[in-house]
Design a protein around this ligand. Structure first.
Ligand SMILES: Nc1ncnc2c1ncn2[C@@H]1O[C@H](COP(=O)(O)OP(=O)(O)O)[C@@H](O)[C@H]1O
Ligand SMILES: [Mg+2]
Length: 245
């Protein structure tokens, strides 16, 4: 069984403790969200899980067979066009250039890009289109684990919903496991099987929530009512430094 296991994880930058005693498991087919305020150590935690930085203390075991990323900024290669940017991940898999182009075009269309955009370079794309490309690039390889670090934060509400729906389609088919990082509680409630609430200074998990209702059946009403329920909790008000008057 593919799994990500994080045990007794601590992390420091200099003398500052960033993460303290983090423990969780992400199973195949699951969406696990880490929700917390900005500066709480979420990106650091994701980079540790993705093996982009070294573990200092504790343990991370990742037995997923493949993984990919999408970030808040799209991080496209400026000298490659839309299709070549998307096809990038497939090159590493030794798929023929022709086949890679076919698959890149197919997923580009699925993510709402049009044929007239295929030859464009990132500088000629809107922020929303760049984020479509970034998502397509992350998913074209059919990763078994997807790391998402605030991928919707810079998007307008329409595009956010559209990309979330595409993701929910894949989650529903159990094609994908996701480690999802966000400061947006409602977004997490819409997408997650489990939410871990991370409090800052140092980053530590203070609450866990589980949701059984399939993501495709969660409507706005569900998301609002669950948020309202969670936001009554003192610990959560404190974590987000919410001012409720
Ligand atoms: N490479 C680094 N060196 C030193 N401090 C860092 C580094 N990366 C992040 N930090 C600090 O660690 C804390 C957590 O950052 P980050 O993981 O990016 O939080 P989040 O993603 O929740 O906003 C912040 O105070 C940040 O300034
Ligand atoms: Mg971050």
């Amino acid at each position: 069984m593919e799994k990500l296991i994080v045990k007794n994880l601590n992390h420091h930058y200099g003398f500052t403790s960033i993460l303290e005693n983090i423990n969780f498991e992400l199973n195949k087919g699951q969406v696990l969200s880490i929700v917390g305020p900005s500066g709480g150590g979420k990106t650091t935690l994701m980079h540790l899980c993705a093996d982009l930085i070294d573990v200092q203390e504790g343990n991370i075991k990742n037995s997923f067979t493949s993984s990919s990323f999408a970030f808040q900024e799209s991080r496209l290669l400026p000298w490659k066009n839309v299709i070549d940017n998307i096809a990038l991940g497939l090159k590493a898999q030794k798929i023929s250039t022709k086949m890679a182009q076919v698959r890149a075009k197919k997923i580009a269309l699925r993510f709402g890009l049009e044929e007239i955009d295929f030859d464009k370079f990132p500088k000629d794309l809107s922020g929303g289109m760049r984020q479509r490309v970034s998502f397509a690039r992350a998913l074209v390889t059919k990763p078994s684990l997807l790391f998402l670090d605030e991928p919707f934060s810079a998007l307008d509400i329409g595009l956010k919903k559209e990309l979330q729906s595409l993701l929910i389609e894949m989650i529903d088919k159990k094609e994908l496991s996701v480690l999802f990082i966000t400061h947006d509680l409602m977004e997490a409630i819409r997408l997650s099987d489990e939410i871990l609430l991370l409090k800052a200074d140092p980053g530590r998990i203070v609450k866990k929530f589980k949701y059984d209702l399939p993501q495709s059946k969660r409507d706005d009403k569900f998301v609002y009512s669950q948020s309202a329920k969670i936001l009554q909790d003192e610990e959560i008000i404190d974590t987000f430094e919410l001012e409720l008057k």
